[in-house]
Design a protein around this ligand. Structure first.
Ligand code: HEM
Ligand SMILES: [Cu+2]
Length: 635
């Protein structure tokens, strides 16, 4: 046997990584931010469709008065799951998909700071989503509304596991969001390419940074709220029980300290996406870039000081109401600045209405409607009329669908060609947009009238003589059109993937670094880490100014795209960290532990201690995989 001296040294072989690995195992063990981004996006899109289907069932029940298509109990489950799914399983992870895929490319990095932690956050999200949705199979879907007010969530009023599936599922999702947010913040501060100063960061990357910081500050509030609820439900404490000296309003304060920043966590990424798209299709840099950055920071900051506007009708008193009313109106200012700057960017621009641009401009127009009704809610006596009516439902769908979903769809049409290397069919894209635009307004605008006419939210039916029948029929028809628009979109995705025209590196003649590399990008992103000298670097490279106007060719400056192309042609040896399955295993451990809190038997009982087997297995798997992960050679 050869002696130790002759043991061949195991030297990590530089990886020739042009062609990413294939096969399901390569996806289960990937730590590549692009693949993780795609998996976030695809799974979240599935939940967007599921949430949309739940909404269609709601609208089928409400299409006519005194309908008995769906029982009251099932209806409670549908709107709770619809709201929870749309917010936590669709819009947030879709945003994470964009953060993951686009941000590292925009800052000129090869990946995020902690690739395995990134994979862990994805799998924890998947397990959280499974835990919430398997409740349907046990006929115990959450039924307490997406913000789960106490004391309804206590065991006295909700003795079944409906609330537990929601409570534990959201806790698990919180772990995924926190892990991802720390990763993005560290990445943006530490992995920027040389010369990528903070005020040269693309605005979408700024949104990623600010939203990640908001998540880090907001999620602990709901984590604590849910923890106290778990004690009330499992250990019989009374944090939210008046009889036990607790206070149900404690839940409302804790929930909305998280909940209102949450709505900005949902909308700011969409604002970031359209702030990338509008300049490219106006051929002008973003109007007031720095002011846009400061406005985003102002919204994020003020967003933590308005939570009690959700509680104007619980009796906090005139002083508190006045303060929160004022703070809420204040937030309208930085939001207005953004709308002004988007219009300023388009003003005298040479506009090109691609599908991405249509959805971006669609967002601006629809969000203004949602914003205006938001300012109306800030007036306490007006809110007393509108709270818990369909006016509120109209308001937040204009901001969350007209805002966030329009923005995310714009982002898919804009960066889809980069990720898949193929172009969408623009003609079908325009059909998709107009069906969405018409369907959306048919669905949600009449809800303002229904709300002002007194129709309450969360009621599974209404009386014939209420007079709400005709508008509800229009709303439900609109929801059908909206549903159909998603089918058109699905067809366009299929057509792009199967028959799309090759996209090339820079199909939109854009300004930021992700367009300097191939579509899809190589596993290592940049063959050479780019050097940044200007904001909108590629416009500077191509046109010698940052205005994207094709008037002069700047030949003496090495162009980022060319440098990448030449380096790629030389088949660079770029060292990348190894794939790993420990993040997946660790997430499975956490998921199994969480399931153990729902399925308490079989269990091992030691004295008073009742230890569910799933809890033991989950904790053991979690500890083992985190240990192995810590000592696994990164590559
Ligand atoms: C796809 C089209 C959609 C339709 C037709 C729709 C329809 C509805 C309706 C009718 C309700 C009120 C149920 C009631 O109170 O009786 C509702 C509630 C809700 N929707 Fe949507 N929605 C859609 C998309 C979205 C999106 C994209 C979001 C994004 C976050 C969302 C979030 C919510 C929330 C949070 C609630 C409140 C649930 C609760 O009361 O607990 N919806 N939706
Ligand atoms: Cu709010």
């Amino acid at each position: 046997m050869a002696s130790i001296a002759h043991q061949p040294q195991i030297v990590p072989q530089p990886v020739t990584t042009t062609k990413p690995a294939t096969g399901i195992w390569s996806w289960l063990t990937t730590i590549d931010h692009k693949r993780i981004g795609l998996m976030y996006g695809i799974s979240a899109f599935f939940f967007l469709l599921l949430g949309g289907f739940e909404a269609l069932l709601i609208r089928a029940q409400l299409a006519q008065p005194e309908n008995d298509l769906i029982s009251a109990q099932r209806y409670n489950e549908l709107f709770t799951m619809h709201g929870t799914t749309m917010i936590f399983l669709a819009l947030m992870p879709l945003t994470s998909g964009f953060f993951n895929y686009v941000m590292p490319l925009q800052i000129g990095a090869r990946d995020v700071a902690f690739p395995r932690l990134n994979a862990f956050s994805l799998w924890v999200f998947i397990f959280g989503a499974i835990i919430i949705n398997i409740s349907w199979f046990f006929n115990e879907a959450p039924n307490q509304g997406w913000y789960g007010y106490a004391p309804l969530t206590g065991t006295a009023w909700s003795p079944g596991r409906n609330v537990d599936f929601w409570m534990i599922g959201i806790q698990v999702l919180g772990v995924a969001s926190m892990a991802a947010s720390f990763n993005f913040v560290v990445t943006i501060f530490n992995l920027r390419a040389p010369g990528m100063k903070m005020m040269r960061l693309p605005i979408f990357t700024w949104s990623t940074l600010i939203v990640s910081i908001m998540i880090i500050f907001a999620f602990p509030a709901i984590t604590v709220a849910l923890l106290l609820l778990s004690f009330d439900r499992y250990a019989g404490t009374g944090f939210y029980e008046v009889a036990a000296g607790g206070d149900p309003l404690l839940w409302q304060h804790l929930f909305w300290v998280f909940g209102h920043p949450e709505v900005y966590i949902l909308i700011l990424p969409a604002f970031g996406i359209i702030s990338e798209i509008i300049p490219v299709f106006s051929r002008k840099p973003l109007f007031g870039y720095s002011v846009m950055v400061y406005a985003t920071i102002a919204i994020a900051f003020l967003g933590f000081g308005v939570w009690a506007h959700h509680m104007f009708t619980v009796g906090l008193g005139p002083t508190a109401n006045a303060v929160f009313a004022g703070a809420t109106m204040l937030i309208g200012i930085p939001t207005g600045v953004k709308i002004f700057n988007w219009v300023g960017t388009m003003f005298r621009g040479s506009l090109r209405f691609t599908t991405a641009m249509l959805f971006a401009v669609g967002l601006v127009s629809q969000f203004v409607i949602g914003g205006l009704s938001g300012v109306m809610h800030a007036v306490v006596p007006v809110d007393a009329q509108q709270n818990d009516t369909y006016f509120i439902i109209a308001h937040f769908h204009y901001v969350l669908f007209g805002g966030t979903v329009f923005g995310l769809l714009a982002g898919i049409y804009f960066w889809g060609p980069k990720a898949f290397g193929k172009m969408f069919d623009e003609r079908i894209g325009k059909w998709h947009f107009w069906l969405t635009f018409v369907g959306f307004n048919l669905t949600f605008f009449p809800m303002h009238f229904l709300g002002l006419a007194g129709m309450p939210r969360r009621y599974f039916t209404y009386a014939e003589d209420s007079g709400w029948g005709p508008w509800n029929a229009v709303v439900s028809f609109g929801a059908l059109v909206l549903g159909f628009s998603f089918l058109v979109f699905l067809y366009n995705i299929y057509k792009m993937v199967r028959h799309g025209e090759p996209a090339g590196d820079d199909p939109w003649d854009a300004a930021t670094l992700e367009w300097a590399i191939s579509s899809p990008p190589p596993a290592y992103n940049f063959a050479v880490i780019p050097t940044v000298t200007h904001r909108d670097q590629l416009w500077w490279d191509k046109y010698g100014d940052e205005h994207g106007h094709a008037h002069v060719q700047n030949d003496d400056v090495p162009k980022t795209a060319e440098i990448q192309r030449e380096a790629n042609a030389a088949h660079p040896h770029v060292h990348l960290p190894n794939p790993s399955y420990f993040p997946l295993l660790a997430a499975a451990g956490l998921g199994t532990f969480a399931l153990g809190m729902l399925f308490m038997n079989p269990a091992i009982t030691i004295g008073l201690l009742h230890l569910p087997v799933l809890v033991i297995v989950g904790v053991a798997l979690l500890i083992f995989s985190v240990y192995a992960w810590a000592f696994e050679p990164a590559g």
